[in-house]
Design a protein around this ligand. Structure first.
Ligand code: F1P
Length: 309
């Protein structure tokens, strides 16, 4: 699975779900890696199936990577886009256009969740509908999680003493940490960083002080370490938003509980909105337009030239 920016994070989440549901190896990479150095990632024995993810269907690196993989590796290809008849859609063998969640905005929000949910449904269809009843519950779960998150996140986003936002996650929730930091960067133009949960203790923890809000998307494997992690963070005077853990809130510790969807690899569908809302409400608190990021266009294009202007 390939994509750029949010679409790359979406690919990371979807690949995790696909590998869990279908077995085998499902890898996600930024499109640029497969455009520039495919031989490092692919061997010539098998014929790859490339799932090219792009909301606008026009991102140059994704289109060029796709063309290269088709020409050099005989790749089969499926486009996952947010609208029909795009250049990437036309370049693929099959196009899945999620045009019911069409977004005109520069920054991707609901299309992320919609395309990710679609890819989970597709994997489950291929796997014989093992999770069908659970997957049907997702829209209702998401509706209640959206309101639960707004109640916690909106208040936190308004705390102007925060100057830096750090997002932690591991395993299936690593892409959620990455995407949350990207949203905060694009929508609120704030300094936002993402680390894998335990890696964060190997250096980045030094950044923490009372101006930092850490958001920890905790996985089931994190549970035994949560008390130690919470202490590590609070002792620095930083604040912590703990997502999906039963901890008791206390000074500078905020807890958000979302619906238990039982399969960890499905949780990004429910959790992407947390980072989106934190960024949205932060932009609102700062009086910034969350859909007007400087130096960013809706579709990022790249041209080859030898001349620097
Ligand atoms: C990918 C992307 C977005 C980003 C911005 C620029 O676009 O990098 O993640 O928010 O809109 O483009 P796409 O390939 O999904 O259209």
């Amino acid at each position: 699975m390939i994509g750029c920016g949010s679409s790359y994070h979406l690919a990371l989440s979807a690949a995790w779900f696909w590998q869990e549901e279908l077995g085998g190896q499902v890898k996600a990479l930024p499109s640029s890696e497969l455009l520039q150095r495919p031989e490092h990632y692919l061997d010539r024995k098998g014929r790859p199936l490339v799932i090219a993810i792009s909301r606008t269907g026009g991102t140059t690196e994704t289109l060029l990577a796709l063309e290269r993989l088709r020409a050099s590796y005989g790749a089969l290809s499926v486009a996952v886009t947010g609208e029909a008849n795009t250049p990437i859609g036309k370049a693929c063998d099959l196009e899945l256009a999620f045009d019911e969640s069409l977004e005109r905005s520069i920054v991707m929000t609901r299309a992320f969740t919609s395309m990710l949910y679609g890819l989970c449904l597709l994997a489950d269809g291929i796997a014989g509908h093992k999770q069908e009843s659970l997957l049907r519950e997702v829209p209702a779960m998401l509706e209640s999680d959206l309101s639960a998150a707004e109640r916690v996140v909106r208040r936190l986003a308004g705390k102007l003493e925060f100057k830096r936002f750090i997002y932690l996650g591991g395993g299936a929730l690593w892409p959620v940490a990455c995407e949350s930091a990207l949203k905060m960067t694009e929508m609120a133009i704030e300094t936002a960083l993402n680390y894998r949960t335990l890696e964060f203790r190997h250096g980045p923890r030094t950044l923490l002080d009372e101006t930092t809000l850490v958001t920890l998307f905790s996985t089931s494997e994190d549970t035994p370490y949560i008390p130690a992690l919470v202490n590590d963070i609070l002792v620095t005077r930083a604040s912590l938003l703990l997502v999906d853990n039963g901890a008791q809130p206390r000074e500078r510790l905020y807890v958000l509980k979302t619906t238990d969807c039982r399969i960890e690899s499905l949780r990004p569908v429910l959790l992407a909105q947390v980072g989106q809302q934190l960024a949205y409400w932060r932009a609102a608190a700062l009086g910034r337009n969350p859909d007007n990021p400087p130096n960013l266009t809706r579709t990022v294009t790249l041209t080859e030239t030898n001349v620097i202007s």
